[in-house]
Write a protein that binds this ligand. Structure first.
Ligand SMILES: [Zn+2]
Length: 269
């Protein structure tokens, strides 16, 4: 079974070929961003798009989509934190209500896990705050015995550690946010599964020298510099079961219709 996370960049919305691209990649389950599913999709999403705090209209959003009969998805809109065996009550998930995050409980054959498609909405110029607020929202879910046991958290977060020069402070801040995920039990699957001897990504502009472990997930128009804005993290048993997390090899930036490359990971049958 194959899981794909992808910013589809379907704006203006309506390009159906992107869904064919997902099927062509062999996806059974898709965690998508800047996506516009329709009623014909078996998808968890906010139909009117994203309601950002800045009031800008965005008729697209995040979704968790079942693409084959192997998979079913059930929406999650509330989470119940627990402490010392006691419920802390049902907590709302503002990130879901606003549409920049979609959460589904996934049933795939005998396996059950929570899939979170998270988009780093750029509000007032910053996406880092969106991810911090999302993580704050998710804390009860991660402690919820029914939902936090086994979690995939993936998407275009619009943050990274590739900043350099006078912008290096953003690499520090955003790297710290990515590190924070480890404290909640998440594993960075792309980082884990990158071949040990790969070396520096040639097109990367980061300040990390030979320590560069970036993968190229985002291409700015007119630029040949590599950016890594997309991530695939997991916690609990599903983190162990996901194999070979990677960016789509030889991704054709133009042919794919999006300026982001899909992330792929496989689950044993
Ligand atoms: Zn790098």
């Amino acid at each position: 079974m194959r899981i794909v996370s992808w910013n589809m960049a379907d704006r203006p919305p309506g390009d159906q070929s992107r869904w064919e691209t997902l099927r062509g990649l062999g996806a059974d389950l898709a965690l998508v961003q800047e996506a516009v599913p329709g009623p014909h999709h078996r998808a968890v999403y906010r139909p009117s798009g994203i309601a950002g705090r800045d009031g800008k209209a965005r008729p697209w959003g995040s979704a968790v989509v079942a693409l084959t009969d192997e998979v079913s998805v059930t929406p999650v809109g509330l989470a119940e934190g627990w402490w010392q065996g006691r419920s802390l009550g049902l907590a709302p998930l503002d990130c879901v209500s606003r549409g920049h995050v979609a959460i589904a409980r996934v049933q795939a054959r005998e396996r059950s896990f929570t899939a979170i498609s998270a988009y780093g909405l750029m509000e007032f110029g910053y996406a880092s705050g969106t991810l911090l607020r999302t993580l704050a929202d998710l804390e009860p879910l991660l402690d919820d015995p029914e939902l936090g046991d086994s979690v995939i958290l993936a998407g275009d977060w619009n943050i990274g550690t590739w900043w350099s020069g006078r912008d290096a402070k953003y690499a520090q801040r955003e790297g710290a946010i990515l590190d924070l995920l480890a404290a909640y039990g998440f594993v960075d699957c792309l980082y884990r599964d990158l071949p040990v001897g790969r070396g520096r990504l040639p097109e990367c502009g980061c300040d990390l020298g030979d320590g560069c472990r970036h993968v190229w997930t985002f291409k700015k128009a007119g630029s040949e510099r590599a950016y890594m804005d997309d991530y695939l993290f997991a916690s609990g048993p599903i983190a162990e079961q996901l194999r070979n997390a990677r960016v789509t090899p030889d991704w054709g930036w133009q042919a794919g219709g999006s300026d982001h490359a899909p992330l792929i990971a496989d689950l044993d049958a």
